[in-house]
Design a protein around this ligand. Structure first.
Ligand code: NAD
Ligand code: TYD
Length: 344
């Protein structure tokens, strides 16, 4: 089988490339990535030495180039990870989110139709369901929870999901969609909560917690997400949506304190800064469907996964230090400097 992985130089896409190369040695993996600020070829260094792996630098919105690649490669399966993925950036500049996340998905689906792809899998997010109240721990997102988004990011992902369903119903494109909760693990860009807190703590920099830090996210180790997608593309039912999550809800402030403790740092580093606009309170996935239909269960407990992740960032300092010394520094200063000053 030949699988196209778009966005494979990013966090989850790269982990998926390695998961496939390690677990399905017979399959060919082609990665296509625009290499935006979030894409990093260094992440794929080990994959390049595998003869079953190939890479294209391309934009999923570039119809001509995408068709040329589909024509040349004749993919069996397309897994679309490529996206603008950071909520805070979407609040500052929504447009690129609409382009990449919606138009890019459409271009990929058109090419999938034209070149008879057998499965188009859209990697979506639990954020399309909006948020849940903190005082209703009995509520969870199921696949039939209505889409009700909060941020430009989640709205663009929901737009893409609707379009995927339309391509299935209207044109019979064999699609599946997965909606996963927050991921953590190796190769996550240090603008996201967990790697940002690890990197800042290691450098004794302030740890910027939005508001009181009582927002809840449902954390899943990235390899468990990859395993779920792998099951869906091989055994999932066409036209279906699968929620992915491991019932691991944590408040942001508790995650930050745990990282501080593991790194032997002081809680004095915590700074409560002005909250994110429209900040979702709680995400919580009900994974009953994927468990019952495909037998998926998460393997890595948070207590182990977070230690593995911290160790990975300690062992791979060069990887993230290269990132935070580049363009990211401008983003960080713009996003945080004033808010941290104000909070002091
Ligand atoms: P990421 O930002 O780390 O990586 C995104 C990748 O897509 C980068 O390599 C980037 O260069 C590439 N890309 C961006 N625009 C592109 C374009 N126009 N053409 C080609 N490539 C492009 O993101 P991530 O955290 O790995 O997320 C991957 C997918 O999983 C996204 O679709 C996201 O919505 C979804 N998701 C993420 C999480 C999470 O916790 N990170 C949870 C659920 C779902
Ligand atoms: P993030 O990693 O951006 O993921 P998402 O917003 O997609 O869930 O943020 C996770 C949570 O951490 C979210 O509630 C916002 C919060 N947060 C902070 O408190 N400080 C930060 O510097 C960042 C990046 C996030």
């Amino acid at each position: 089988m030949k699988i196209l992985v778009t966005g494979g130089a990013g966090f989850i896409g790269a982990n998926f490339v390695y998961y496939e190369l390690n677990n399905h040695r017979e399959d060919e993996i082609v990665c296509l990535d625009k290499l935006t600020y979030a894409g990093n070829l260094e992440t794929l260094t080990a994959a390049f030495s595998n003869p079953k792996f190939k890479f294209y630098k391309a934009d999923i919105c570039d119809r001509e180039e995408i068709e040329r690649i589909f024509d040349a490669e004749k993919f069996d399966v397309v897994v679309n990870f490529a996206a603008e993925s950071h909520v805070d950036r979407s609040i500052e500049n929504p447009e690129i989110f609409l382009k990449t996340n919606i138009i890019g998905t459409q271009v990929l689906m058109d090419a999938s139709r034209k070149f008879n792809v057998k499965r188009f899998h859209q990697v979506s997010t639990d954020e399309v369901y909006g948020d849940l109240p903190l005082d209703r721990p009995d509520l969870f997102f199921t696949e039939s929870t209505p889409l009700k988004t909060s941020s430009p990011y989640s709205s663009s992902k929901a737009g893409a999901d609707l379009l995927v369903n339309a391509y299935h119903r209207t044109y019979g494109l064999p699609t599946t969609i997965s909606r996963c909760s927050n991921n953590y693990g190796p190769y996550q860009f240090p603008e996201k909560l967990i790697p940002l807190m690890i990197a800042n703590a290691l450098e004794n920099k302030p740890l910027p917690v939005y508001g009181e830090g009582i927002n809840v996210r449902d954390w899943l180790y990235v390899e468990d997400h990859c395993k779920a997608i792998d099951l869906i593309i091989r055994k999932g039912k066409v036209g279906e949506v699968y929620n992915i999550g491991g019932h691991n809800e944590m408040r942001n402030i508790d995650i930050v304190k745990l990282i501080i403790k593991e790194l032997n740092k002081s809680e004095d580093l915590i700074v409560h800064i002005e909250d994110r606009k429209g900040h979702d309170m709680r995400y919580a996935i009900d994974p009953t469907k994927i468990h019952n239909e495909l037998g998926w269960l998460p393997e890595t407990k948070f207590a182990d996964g977070i230690i593995k992740t911290i160790k990975w960032y300690l062992d791979n300092k060069v990887w993230w230090e290269n990132i935070i010394s580049g363009e990211y520094k401008n983003y960080y200063d713009k996003a945080y400097k004033e808010r941290i000053e104000k909070a002091k």
